[in-house]
Ligand binder design. Structure first.
Ligand SMILES: [Zn+2]
Length: 219
């Protein structure tokens, strides 16, 4: 059974992996706020448990076993976030830190029950897919709002960043998953996007914001 720290390494490798599944030791160390030698020795330990593939000076890759284990931690995290929002009335900006702790509980029945009580959700409160109990994750083909064109109508479906600050910003603009937006125009100067939605006739979203909003194109 992986330790708390090992699980955080597996999760970081899972989240940081490029399309080839690789993560550099420096990116891994940065994301976990540890030194390169620390990350390096931890990765060697994970390799002994057959969870990663690693050769000196080369990027790290999760083995199928490591990938599944990581996905199951992500599953516990996202189910917990959903439970906190749907069953306990937390805001979507309040759940991450709690889920960071609960995801390390080794009690399969606890999470099975949670999954049942939620009706087997496939996405978390931020629109990210919840891996199934075999660690398989659905792929969605959403696009960033920043790539959409004036005249298009879109629906907000997920976020590429769910930091508390960003979620609070979205709350302040009354933007939530499911919100339908119409793109009115795009500023050539700073690439900000002007949109209308609900009772907001005209709202300007910076490029930084629109890059982080993933949408489904409606028309
Ligand atoms: Zn989270």
């Amino acid at each position: 059974m992986a330790s708390y720290t090992e699980e955080n390494y597996l999760k970081a490798l899972y989240n940081l992996a490029n399309p080839q599944g690789e993560v550099s030791i420096s990116d891994l160390a940065n994301s976990l706020n540890v030194s390169m030698p620390t990350a390096n020795s931890m990765v060697k330990g994970l390799q002994k448990s057959d969870l990663v593939l690693y050769e000196k000076y080369k990027p790290v890759t999760l083995t199928p076993k490591g990938k599944k284990e990581a996905a199951l931690v992500v599953r516990k995290h996202r189910l917990t976030e959903m439970f906190l929002v749907k069953k306990m009335g937390f805001g979507w900006e309040e759940v991450h830190e709690v889920a960071e702790q609960i995801e390390h509980i080794h009690a399969p029945k606890f999470f099975e029950r949670m999954d049942e009580m939620l009706g087997h959700p496939t996405i978390d409160p931020h629109g990210s897919p919840i891996p199934d109990n075999q660690g398989r994750m659905q792929e969605f083909s959403y696009v960033p709002l920043s790539t959409c064109k004036p005249g298009q109508s879109v629906q907000l479906t997920a976020l590429t960043n769910s930091s508390t600050e960003f979620l609070e910003f979205l709350n302040s603009r009354k933007l939530a998953l499911g919100t339908e937006l119409r793109i009115l125009s795009r500023e050539a100067y700073d690439l900000s996007v002007v949109v209308s939605y609900d009772s907001h006739a005209q709202e300007t979203l910076s490029e930084k914001v629109s890059e982080r909003l993933l949408v489904r194109i409606l028309e």
